[in-house]
Design a protein around this ligand. Sequence first.
Ligand code: TRP
Length: 362
Amino acid sequence: MEKIILTGDRPTGRLHLGHYVGSLKRRVELQNSGEYDKIFIMIADAQALTDNADNPEKVRQNIVEVALDYLSVGLDPAKSTLFIQSMVPELTELTFYYANLVTVSRLQRNPTVKSEIQMRNFETSIPVGFFTYPISQAADITAFKATTVPVGEDQMPMLEQCQEIVHKFNSVYGEALVEPKILLPENSACLRLPGTDGKAKMSKSLGNAIYLADDEKELKTKVMSMYTDPNHINVSDPGQVEGNTVFTYLDAFSKPEDFEEFLPEYKSLDELKDHYKRGGLGDVKVKKFLIKVLEKELAPIRERRKQWEQNIPGVYEILKKGSEVAEAVAAQTLADVKAAMKINYFDDGALIKEQMEKYGNK
Ligand code: TRP
């Protein structure tokens, strides 16, 4: 069986370090591993509109931002198909058919939808499109017969719901759909990178995000104001590394060779942590190290972004070509789905014969 990746992001803002360690970095590694037959990366504008119906301009502006972020981290249009969700109308058609296989109570139980409803104060007025977006996400995944979906931990309920839809479809109509597997980050600090304020999630609305597009100055300011151990007041005080955002970021980003390069007094992150716990190591020193570690990773990304920013028509061209490729693949799956559901009236020669016989046509 072919190994196929599909994943994507809502274009509601620039992508940040949480996206990067949670998914983007992995995608690039998977892309360059050569182990996958096809890779589809989708800008989920239709999904973004499910809770931004009154703000289409925001979605429109962020298509290019997300595309620039994709290209700058190293997603390569020669190896991965980058496309826009709404340019593939087959996805909407699949969603409508899958909707028959999902109950309202099942959607209500989806933990991601539940918490998003709370976050957006939708309790009393949930848009139907938003409520049903897990079904549309199942369409996104299955349309490409994806076997592997690399995403962050928050997408787990979406994948479970997709797997249920695949089972249900295949058992009712016959095996037409492929069951996908989720691929989560291996490093636990990457599963859910906290915001710079130590809050559980990095997000634009909380104002605690470091963006891939941030310049060196912004990066420095954000790291220097990061949340650490509130009880670590004097350098000599013993400090805590658990729940200390600076150390969580080092867990996510630092590599053994970074110590040799930027902080040779320490051999490893464990040694640095031990010193912090004992006391005698100041936050500023650790933060300065983190800045160097992040800067090493982000400088080439920023550089590549600057180059693509000078070629906006080229970016749109990549998305246009990618959307054409994606549509051809999704159209084939839709044809398989319709055949399985027996709604392929004009492609089914046996159907006309059957009806002719029924009415005694010669
Ligand atoms: N829900 C994802 C997000 O919020 C975006 C998305 C839409 C997606 N369809 C998908 C991710 C299919 C993986 C697979 O970022």
